[in-house]
Design a protein around this ligand. Structure first.
Ligand SMILES: Cc1cc2nc3c(=O)[nH]c(=O)nc-3n(C[C@H](O)[C@H](O)[C@H](O)COP(=O)(O)OP(=O)(O)OC[C@H]3O[C@@H](n4cnc5c(N)ncnc54)[C@H](O)[C@@H]3O)c2cc1C
Length: 479
């Protein structure tokens, strides 16, 4: 990254107004970088109460909680990491991973380690996998095809697919692997071939460590939002973007905001949007063309219920996150947030966070907190890590757009939307929801820094952005 974090530009275009939609990492990162670079005035609009989006945090009974397991991976761009370290100081821990994954009744370290795999992998599973590996080495590789199922089967053989990735995919995205695009396999499965799997076993990424802030993952986005505010950004929380009106030639964007039922229209030279690109198309005036509106119907997001169980013990286990790929357990992952910063406080309390992927129209979404708490407790008992006593409290949070779902052919609909949104003057759609990208926070921040790096004297260099987008396309999400 060439964009300096600290140095204000010598030639600021001070009266240019940027309105940034959404205060997740992508929005907060851009707001801070725009002001650090002296590119103009910034208004940051967020419908939630705090910064962070899906990567945000909240405090409950003295424990910082995230929306599911979040950690900053070592793959973060060094310049961005340096900025985060400068803002968070000793509040940013560098911590050993203690994850584990349940497979065929055995616990394996996660990320997987070679020795642990040899010692603990279910022997039947190990033999089948060995047979698949030998087959893949001796026989010609089958055609990859175009679905998540066919790509993974061609590369990893039936054992890993049927016992691990396919049940996990059904739970995570609520679709059969044959209905998902092969792109999902290439972007989401970091060990997508035996060579990659072996490489990760021999040389695990990030040396098994991760970065994590004292006050939850959301502290990273809050630090960017605070930095932006210190430099004069107008931060509007509890404020929803309701409508977007395209500028007439030479004119400005008009953005309708709603807070507590009161609507306000503000004008801007640039709109940088990190809200779902589907929302952007639906709220545009004059309306988006019919084919663009039709394309929004072919873009699916997976939602998620986070079920928090408050326990009256110091600590439940020493593990940070338990992964459950198999179908005999309903949740995909259960984390213990206190373990992420190795917190010992408060005494006599810990909170578990279970991730239940589902869409708002599913029966699961309608369940009460108590029902969901019982479901999670049942899962944990089946996985032989029961909670010691019934929880003293169960509560939930719901994310409507947790994961993009790459269904077969989604790329055509996304292409239609993307071509349209890219042609809007002074409008930039980016971030996880803006590009429908399966990403991590460090990717969202990289997009924000890249966007600001494309500005030169008030002009946005679209060719440079196109170059950055090629880099974004190589991003692979990490768990
Ligand atoms: C369960 C789970 C686990 C994850 N684990 C990790 C991890 O370990 N490490 C990691 O780095 N990343 C992880 N991620 C990914 C991480 O959360 C995202 O990469 C990050 O949140 C993307 O940031 P963003 O700013 O692009 O989008 P978002 O965080 O989605 O932010 C978009 C913002 O727009 C706001 N918004 C939407 N519509 C409107 C509107 N109409 N008006 C106003 N505001 C609006 C939303 O409220 C939100 O705050 C995980 C994600 C999930 C769901």
């Amino acid at each position: 990254m060439t964009q300096s974090a600290q140095r204000p530009s010598k030639d600021p275009v001070r009266d240019t107004h940027f309105i940034v939609l959404g205060a997740g990492p992508a929005g907060c990162g851009a707001a801070a970088q725009l002001l650090r670079g002296g590119h103009g005035r910034v208004t940051l609009v967020e419908r939630g109460t705090v910064a962070g989006g899906n990567a945000g945090s909240f405090l409950h009974e003295g424990i910082w909680l995230d929306f599911g397991s979040h950690r900053l991976h070592s793959a973060v761009d060094p310049a961005i990491l340096a900025d985060i370290q400068a803002m968070l100081g000793s509040d940013l821990g560098h911590i050993d991973r203690h994850g584990r994954i349940r497979l065929r009744g055995r616990w394996l370290h996660f990320p997987i380690k070679a020795l642990d795999l040899l010692l603990h992998l279910n022997p039947g599973f190990a033999l089948s996998m060995l047979r698949d590996m030998i087959g893949r080495t001796l026989l010609p590789k089958p055609a990859e095809g175009v679905t998540f199922a066919s790509v993974l089967r061609a590369n990893l053989g039936p054992t890993m697919c049927e016992q691990f990735y396919f049940p996990y995919a059904r739970k995570l995205w609520g679709r059969d692997p044959s209905e998902l695009s092969g792109i999902q396999a290439r972007k989401r499965v970091t060990a997508g071939s035996f060579q990659k799997l072996l490489k990760r076993l021999v040389k695990p990424p990030g040396k098994g460590k991760f970065y994590y802030p004292r006050e939850g993952y959301g502290q990273i986005s809050r630090a960017y939002a605070d930095a932006a505010q210190d430099l004069g950004a107008d931060l509007r929380f509890n404020t929803s973007v309701e409508a977007l009106e395209r500028p007439s030639p030479g004119g400005k964007w008009r953005v309708s905001l709603s807070r507590d039922g009161v609507t306000e229209v503000i004008e801007a030279d640039h709109v940088w949007s990190t809200i779902p690109v589907t929302q952007v198309a639906r709220m545009m005036s004059p309306p988006a063309p019919p084919e663009v509106l039709a394309a929004t119907g072919a873009i699916d997001y997976q939602g998620m219920i986070l079920v928090y169980l408050v326990l009256d013990v110091d600590q439940w286990t020493t593990t940070d996150a338990h992964y459950f790929p198999e179908s005999n357990v309903s949740v995909t992952r259960v984390s213990e947030p206190k373990n992420y910063f190795l917190s010992k406080e408060p005494k006599g309390r810990t909170i578990l966070c279970a991730e239940v992927p589902c869409t708002p129209d599913s029966p699961l979404w309608q369940k009460t907190d108590a029902e969901l708490g019982e479901m999670v407790a049942g899962d944990l008992a089946r996985a032989e890590i029961p909670i010691p006593r019934p929880p003293v409290e169960v509560f939930t949070r719901r994310l409507r757009q947790a994961y993009p779902i790459y269904t077969m052919g989604y790329e055509h609909a996304l292409g239609t939307l993307d071509d349209w949104v890219q042609a809007l003057p002074g409008f930039l759609s980016y971030g996880r929801q803006g590009l429908f990208a399966h990403d991590n926070l460090h990717h969202a921040l990289f997009m924000a820094y890249s966007a600001v790096d494309c500005l030169e004297g008030g002009h946005f260099d679209a060719d440079k952005w196109a170059g950055y987008r090629k880099i974004f396309a190589t991003h692979v999400v990490e768990d």
